[in-house]
Every structure is written in structure tokens, then in C-alpha cells.
Ligand binder design. Structure first.
Ligand SMILES: Nc1ncnc2c1ncn2[C@@H]1O[C@H](COP(=O)(O)OP(=O)(O)OP(=O)(O)O)[C@@H](O)[C@H]1O
Ligand SMILES: [Mg+2]
Length: 350
């Protein structure tokens, strides 16, 4: 069966905008059927919490109206800062019993009343040898968060079928199947940066720092006494490559936040990883501000490992047969949405 026959759209909802992607298959090759984004009025969503369900529902409905009859299902990301992702080791159990066993342990791992959480899990390491233990990644969200997203989507006339953490979607868009490396992904968005440690394609740890494109704009504006528009201009056009010492200097506190957190994650993995598991070999950047010129080079100098912008187009499509219909910059902003659109491919029909 064509894995893309499940009629779902991937939708990445952020505080200030949402983006959507629908892929299709042609002769076994993927291509984009449609994509788009829409800004949300200030105050609709704050730090991942929906403040005005009606406004979000209207906005989704207006943007996606034309697709609704053909694609009535949505695959959605949930705000990273409101979720919990934990790697836990537990006694080996038959697959059918893991969920129940985890439900009893939630309280130990997640600082939130277990009765008020929805959770999901993925087994990342099967028991081998004498030690009958398995590693499981749990993701959990407060029910009220999920329910508010469900309500908005339902009011917009769609049926939500899958929710997942942004970082899980991003990893799917960036890391090719079958990869055995451990890598760090940095998603630098407008409002925050999320780092995730991805091993064998599965997110094992995440952390979010409140440093994003908006802060970079503000730093440039205030330190150089220029307008917001000029700040955007410097960022988009010249970034860290710009030879002015003044710009480089003014951005250095923002850069330190980003590289210190990356460094912490790399060290954390080094301490936590089991024997035989690889060190983090490189960092991939995505999100709109990953385009800041000179940023990968600056981070790489400080971290001592390669840092590069994610090559999402190459991972998702067969570039020898499909010419990019999106600019590289747009592709980085759509990492989450691509990952969600791919999830339809992965799970719903296999
Ligand atoms: N060419 C560019 N160079 C640098 N930054 C850019 C460029 N184009 C857009 N940006 C920045 O990208 C950011 C938007 O990125 P993105 O769409 O990934 O964020 P978001 O998903 O809306 O936000 P978040 O994930 O924080 O909720 C803005 O800060 C914008 O200024
Ligand atoms: Mg984002």
C-alpha cells in the first residue's frame, strides 16, 4: 500500500506561527504536495500554552480550509517546553506489559501528578545477555495541554491523530534512517533554542534555553542603537561574518548561551552513555536562526567538533530526482513540519 495514502497533514504550531507540510509519493519518490505557514496574533499561545483556543482554531481553519476534505487528519508537534522526555532503565518485560509498568513508575521520573499526564514510550535498547533490562524513552504531557491542542484542531474541523515532541519530529527530518551515530541537534527558533541528543535516530535527552532569534534581534538593536528592521537586516544579510568587531562583540553573550548549553549536553551524554556507545560526533543546526551567517563555524570553534546546518532536503527527498522547491533557509524553518509529515510515512501504515 502507498504509505502516503493516509490523509494527514503535518502541522508544527509555535508560539507565534504555525507551519504545515503534506508530502506525496510519485513512483516511490517523495515530493511536496503543499506547504505553508501563518503568523498568529500575539498572545494566542504563550510558552506553548494556548491562551485563545478560538483564535488558533480560526487561524488553522482559514489556512487549511482548502485541504480539509481531502486531508481531514493532522499530525501535530507539541511545545518542547511543556513536555517531559526521560530515558529510563527498567526490568525486561513483554512488550504488552511495558505501558502498565511505566504508568506505575511515572511519579518517580516526572514532577507532575501522574493522573494528569498522557504518556507514550519507545523502547530504545532491548535486553541482551544476563542483565534482563531495557531502556525506554518516555514522553509525557499534561493532559490539559494536549486537550487544548485537540480542542483547537477539532474546532478547526480536523481530527488530530498523532502528537509528538518537536524534537522527535526534528530528528526524523534530519537524521537518516539506520544511522548509528550519536549527534546533537540545535533547533534555533524565534523564541528559544532546543538541543536534543539523538542516538540511532531516537531522541534520548532534550534541553531548552530561552535564547532565540528574537533575543538576537534585540541584542543587535540595543547594542548598536539601530531599529528592529536594521537588526533583522544585519542578521539575515551579514550575521557573525560581518567584519565589524562591534557586531561580533555584541552577539558574543548570545553565542555563549548557545555554545555553553551545547557543551553541557555533549558532556552529559559522555557521562551517561553506556559502554560501547559513541561520543557525540557532530552538531546539526535547524530553525530559522540557524541561518545566521558564521554561526556553525563559531560554535564549532568553541565545541571542538563539526557543526553544520542540517541537510533536510537531502534527507527527505531523492535530490538526484527532485529539484528543491524550497529555499535552503525555508527548509531549516520547516524541519519540525517535515518530520511530522514523515511520521505519516513511518507509523500509520507500517
Ligand atoms: N536568513 C535568515 N538568517 C537568520 N535568521 C533568520 C533568517 N530568516 C529568518 N530568520 C529568523 O528565524 C526565526 C524564525 O525561525 P523559526 O521559524 O524556526 O521559528 P519558530 O518555529 O516560529 O519559533 P519557535 O520554534 O521558537 O517557537 C526568526 O527569529 C527570524 O528572524
Ligand atoms: Mg520552531
Amino acid at each position: 500500500m502507498n504509505p502516503f495514502s493516509f490523509p494527514a497533514i503535518g502541522v508544527d504550531i509555535s508560539d507565534e506561527s504555525f507551519k504545515y507540510v503534506r508530502l506525496e509519493h510519485h513512483g516511490g519518490r517523495r515530493s511536496i504536495l503543499f506547504f505553508g505557514d501563518q503568523n498568529l496574533p500575539q498572545g494566542t499561545i504563550e510558552a506553548g500554552e494556548i491562551k485563545d483556543v478560538g483564535v488558533l482554531a480560526d487561524s488553522l481553519s482559514r489556512s487549511l480550509r482548502d485541504y480539509r476534505s481531502r486531508f481531514p487528519y493532522l499530525i501535530l508537534s507539541l511545545p518542547e517546553e511543556k513536555g517531559y522526555l526521560r530515558l529510563i532503565r527498567m526490568q525486561h518485560l513483554p512488550a504488552s506489559e511495558i505501558r502498565n509498568a511505566l504508568a506505575f513508575q511515572l511519579e518517580e521520573h516526572i514532577p507532575y501528578p501522574p493522573a494528569e499526564l498522557y504518556f507514550d514510550f519507545q523502547t530504545v535498547k532491548e535486553a541482551t545477555g544476563a542483565k534482563k533490562e531495557i531502556d525506554v524513552v518516555i514522553t509525557a504531557y499534561p493532559k490539559k495541554i494536549i486537550e487544548s491542542y485537540m480542542e483547537a484542531v477539532t474546532r478547526a474541523g480536523f481530527t488530530p491523530v498523532i502528537f509528538e515532541l518537536e524534537s522527535q519530529a526534528v530528528a526524523r527530518a534530519i537524521i537518516s534512517k539506520g544511522t548509528t551515530d550519536a549527534v546533537l541537534i540545535g533547533d534555533i527558533g524565534r523564541t528559544r533554542t532546543t538541543y536534543s541528543i539523538v542516538y540511532r535516530g531516537v531522541v534520548h535527552f532534550t534541553s531548552t534555553v530561552k535564547m532565540g532569534g528574537r533575543d538576537i534581534d534585540a541584542i543587535l538593536r540595543d547594542s548598536l542603537h539601530i531599529s528592529d528592521a536594521q537588526a533583522q537586516d544585519i542578521k539575515v544579510g551579514r550575521g557573525l561574518d560581518f567584519s565589524s568587531e562591534e557586531i561580533i562583540e555584541s552577539l558574543s553573550p548570545a553565542l555563549s548561551v548557545l555554545d555553553e548549553e551545547a557543551g553541557r549536553q555533549i558532556k552529559f551524554w559522555d557521562r551517561r552513555r553506556a559502554e560501547g556507545e559513541p561520543l557525540i560526533s557532530r552538531v546539526y543546526l535547524c530553525g530559522g536562526d540557524a541561518h545566521l551567517r558564521g554561526l556553525p563555524e563559531a560554535l564549532s570553534r568553541n565545541l571542538g567538533i563539526p557543526v553544520q546546518r542540517a541537510r533536510i532536503w537531502e534527507n527527505v527527498f531523492d535530490v538526484s530526482a527532485y529539484v528543491p522547491t524550497m529555499s535552503a533557509h525555508t527548509t531549516l524553518r520547516y524541519a519540525t513540519a517535515f518530520g511530522l509529515a514523515l511520521r505519516g510515512d513511518d507509523d500509520l501504515f507500517r
